[in-house]
Design a protein around this ligand. Sequence first.
Ligand SMILES: [Zn+2]
Length: 54
Amino acid sequence: MTCVDCGGTLHPLSYPPEDGWEPGDVVAYRCPDCNERFDIVLGDPDDTDDTDTY
Ligand SMILES: [Zn+2]
């Protein structure tokens, strides 16, 4: 996961649940470089589309 603003590495603000993330879960990430926060909705892992165009 890369910051679209500065290219830094995003770190999740919360730990994954015991059963792991599920599609549709919203995970908050923060960029340590520019302090920007991103709320990312996890997609269906079976969806092979490249959804990087966020
Ligand atoms: Zn950043």
